[in-house]
Design a binder for this molecule. Sequence first.
Ligand code: MG
Length: 263
Amino acid sequence: MKKIFLILLAMTATIFTISAQYKAPKIIAHRGYHATEGAARNSLNALKAAQQKGYFGSECDINRSADGELLVIHGYWHPNKESGVHVQRNTKAEIQAIKLTSGEVVPTLDEYLAQAKKSKKTKLIIEIKNHATPAIETEVVREIVAKVAAYGLEKRVEYIAFRPWVCTELVKYAPKGTQIAYLNSDYEPEYVKGMGCTGIDYRYRNLVKKPHWIKEAQELGMTVNVWTVNKEEDIRWCIEHGVDYITTDNPVLVEQLIKEMCK
Ligand code: MG
């Protein structure tokens, strides 16, 4: 009798262990791994730190300055709000005159791509920000795609954007097979696939209301990314719901929870 009980107990434990093992999502450091000594959001040191940690991806934001330089900065205002510097209406020199909290200068896309080339592991996830007109956005898309090609990074870069226009221009100008995900959290996966995108990259608080979109997207062969997931309970929800990527300001915590919950 005791033996049967022990066998049943062992079986239950095995089933429980198997059911608690989720597929590990890939970690994307939001604006680089900035929550570390000497780095700031979108700074060169934040990309270097993400590479040192070996994360799957390091996300960055691209804006074009008034004098046509592609810069890695979120905008639309410089993070030093008192400076009153606007990342699309001011020049590169004016933007770079204001230091980041780490003491670094706002990096150019060129500097970022040169650094991205140094890592075989960490991909660069490039977010192309909204610009004033569709025509400007087309130029920005074409310039970024050309730069990525010039650095030989076509297979090491993925794109994300809020504007459907930017996404469809990326579909047109980036090499076939490039990963492009839509950020605005409103369209159902089938529509986003119809735009030519390969994935959805939705805000946590929106996706949580439409969890069926995760399976729907995956069944359409699309990837599911979620931003910006920083709290433990939210990260657990994402892992339990089988998302493919988690974009986070807290990659260390995501790494820890993956270790605990995933095979
Ligand atoms: Mg971004």
